[in-house]
Each structure stands twice: as structure tokens, then as C-alpha cells.
Design a protein around this ligand. Sequence first.
Ligand code: NAD
Ligand code: MN
Length: 370
Amino acid sequence: MNAEKRNVLLQVKLLALGGDGIGPEILAEGLRVADALAAKAGLTLNVEHDLLHGASWDVHRTFCRPEVLDKARDANAILVGAVGGPKWDNIRMPGGAECQDGLMYLRHHLQTYLGLRPARAWQSLLHHTPFRRGLADRANVLILREMCGGAMFARERGQRQVNGVRQGYDLTAYDEDEIARFAHGGFQLARGRRGKIVSCDKSNVMESYKLWREVVSEVATQYPDVEFENMFADNCAYQLMCRPEDFDVVLSCNQLGDILSDLTAVYSGSLGMLPSACLSANPEGGPVFGVYESTSGSAPDIAGQGIANPIGMILSVGMMFEYTLVRPDLAKALEQAVEQVLADGIMTRDLGGTADSVSVTDAILERLSG
Ligand code: NAD
Ligand code: MN
């Protein structure tokens, strides 16, 4: 982000990309909350809307137009609903992941490498999780997912015939700079939390993960105040379920982070509860550019019914206030309003309630203004 952008944060430029399925529905609720928080902060939000992924494909035959990338570069932050759906999942375009998926196009070109996916337990939803009482009651884990490299962004990818048999391949590659910038972000974030990091990998079997472990361990020596441990990813997934409260920050590559973040959503009672942020620089307390989105997908099974849980998206707006607008106090106030709404039993069907997306947001807005 350039200096000019830093100085104009009283006038905030937001790019809003609803995407597909429940994406536009939850984004609309997120924007209502963004307006309310902006009013509290004395900020003016200038929101521009555009199309992403399937919605863009249907009109423009591309998952993300270069004009959208230009608007993204000009914005202070981007809010994304969700992308994808059966209609578009098997369209193949020449090139890497950034050519197959509108969101990955933005991540790649904006280099938003630091993916924050916080998962926490909510007192009012403990009964809705598969954990026995006392095991995950205070779970509060930040899964950090590397967003711009690894197997998912393989340059060498495709399908071919080898000895008359079909073979699919995605070359997993990470260079040390990619790993180091990401690890630094993790250690800095851990300092603002409980000061503990587990980095997970499969360095017991894979070469790319051997370098991952080596580089993360080197970075760790610069943060002697942070408690650091390497763990094999399969064991890490198991331990995250056996003793959730022992974990604080978990560092993982793009693919493992994708899986672990959906896994830890179990602490929260629903995938629809999970916010996320993809930052293009380490926070260190200053404003950073970010793409803020719910962690879940476009949930085609419930799209168009107005029943999607908007809380993941709404908490993503909270993360925008924390990291881009540097108002962590407002993010906290929002989280407390969500806690109250859940305590009052106002919740969507995925949490066992009967409220629709709009009523949940109304209730959050009411408690925010009270
Ligand atoms: P999904 O995350 O969309 O849905 C998984 C399950 O969680 C479904 O039962 C869904 O109804 C439920 N769910 C998710 N969000 C919810 C919410 N806010 N409220 C209530 N319930 C919710 O995963 P999927 O079905 O495997 O994928 C659907 C599409 O989403 C695919 O095209 C996939 O590629 C895409 N996808 C997009 C993103 C993204 O936009 N960041 C992430 C993952 C998957
Ligand atoms: Mn995912």
C-alpha cells in the first residue's frame, strides 16, 4: 500500500465482490455491518461492486477481468462473498490456478500471501459441536494458510499419458523467500496472541516440506519469545481435535491450511462462522491491504434461500477493521455483539436455529448500536 493510501483512510475505498451461490447474500449482510462500524469510526466507505468467478464468467467469459484487478489495486480492502459452483467447477483455462479461479487470480496478482483463519469456540454453541464438554470450550486457534504458492499454485500441472495410463500432476514448489515472509507474519501475529506457534508439514516424506521446516525453524530463531514447535501435519490434525485448547497459531502451506481451517471450524459449530483475511504484508500494527472473505465456499445447496449464516462474513468485516483500518476495538465490539446474539438464541439453521440471514444481521446491528 502506498503512502497516499495510508493517509486517506478516513475515506475508505472498498471493492465488493459477491461471487457465486450464497456469496452475494452474505456479502450484503457484511456490508450493512461495515456501514455501521464505519459510522462509529467516523469513516466514509466508498463501495464499488463488481463480478467475480462464475458470475463474471457468465457475463464476460473470464473468471476475473483485468479491470477488476485494477480496481482491487486502487482499493484499501476487498470484501469477497464466496466463489464457485458445479456450473463452473470443471471449466479449464490455459495457465495456472490464477487462470482457473477468480479468487486465486486476485490472491496471485495482489500477493496476499498471509491467510488468517481464526477459529474459536462460542459458549452458546458448545452444545452444537461434536466435542464433549470441557475439551474445546476455550478453543481459540489461528490457522495461518500460505495463500500464494505450493501445490495449489503449481506452475507445472496438467494431465498426460504415461505408458498408456492417464496421469494428473501438480508440482509442489516453495522457495525460501515465500516461506520466510509467511513465517515472519506468523511469528508477529503470535506475539499479539498467546505466543505459541506450531508449524506443520510432511517433511518426513516430501522434499518441499524439508525446506519448509528448515526455513520456518530459521525464522523462529529471530523470535525467541515465541514458543515454537514443528509437527507433522497428519499428527497436527489429530492433536487439533484431541487437545484444541493447547494450540494458538498454526502455520501451514496453502493446501494443508485449506483443510485445517475447515477442520477447526468444528470448534465454532459451523463452517459459516469462520471469517478470514488474506493480507499482502505482515501486520506489525500498521494498516495493511487485505482481501476479507468468509472461509466457506459458495454453499450451492442452500443458495438463494436467504438462510446462509452471515456471521463468518460479518466477522471478516471485523478483521478488515482490525488490520486495514486499524480499529481492533471495533472488531472486538463486533465480536461481543455476535456473542450476545448467539446467547439470545438468534441463529441460522446450520447452528440449529430458525433465523434467516437478514434477521441475524439485524440482531447484530441492534446490539452494536446499543
Ligand atoms: P462449502 O463450503 O460451500 O459448503 C460446505 C457445507 O457447509 C455445505 O453443507 C454448506 O451448506 C455449508 N455452509 C457453508 N457456508 C455456510 C454458511 N455461511 N451458512 C450455512 N451453511 C454453510 O463447500 P463445497 O460445497 O465443497 O463447495 C461449494 C463451492 O464452493 C465449490 O464450487 C468450491 O469450489 C467453492 N469453494 C469456494 C471457496 C471460496 O470462495 N473461498 C472456498 C471453498 C470452496
Ligand atoms: Mn477451503
